[in-house]
Design a protein around this ligand. Sequence first.
Ligand code: PEP
Length: 254
Amino acid sequence: MRIPLIAGNWKMNTTVAEAQALLAQMSGALGRIEGVEILLCPPFVSLATIKGMLQGTTIRLGAQNMYWEDKGAFTGEISSLMLSPLCQYVILGHSERRHVFQESDEVIACKVRSALRAHLRPIICVGERLEENEAGQTREVIGRQLKSALTGIGDIDSLVVAYEPVWAIGTGRAATGEQARATSGFIRLVLGELFGQAKASSIRIIYGGSVTAANVAEFLCQPDIDGALVGGASLKALEFISIADQAAGLKGRR
Ligand code: PEP
């Protein structure tokens, strides 16, 4: 039984005060939604404040990135040990980390292992660029990213995989339900090859890339898609509430 996950990635948006205000607009309605796990990933600086505001709710908290060493002379970095008292999840391998900050598959694999050691649940993002998609290389790219990220991992129970085609992120050009279904099915196939069918069918695979309240149902009605990673639309309280509400209606587990 896979509990659907609706995750909001606030990216580098919101000061602490703005994050508090945004959460205040949505926490009541989100807290009443049942059968769906709802996750908010604000910037690092707001994690402690938002954690306080989420006390007594079922809404989960996540970070957007981390470094893989536990501590030391790594100016400006944040480790999994620092995050684990604050939040439950961490987004790793987001396309902006891969392409703006040149994070390699190997770097992402180090981060995944570090997160698991600290009992943080990694949301591993994979996705192809437009030119790779157009060249018919989607499966090759996703297979490579996934296998690399999972190198040396014994137990995948706590993982979530997010399929986020790079060309769909922040562009307003979402994948079609069919494209997302096909690639999510492929991701489950790869997980099955690596960890066995039973494990693969228990892992949540979510779609991300220009998800809105208007198109989320197209993704949620696909059997292999267990939720959404939402960027821009997660900064609009009513829209994010509607996305989570629709997830409860279409896929919610009670
Ligand atoms: C994201 O940040 O992971 C994302 C999918 O962004 P957007 O929804 O804005 O495309």
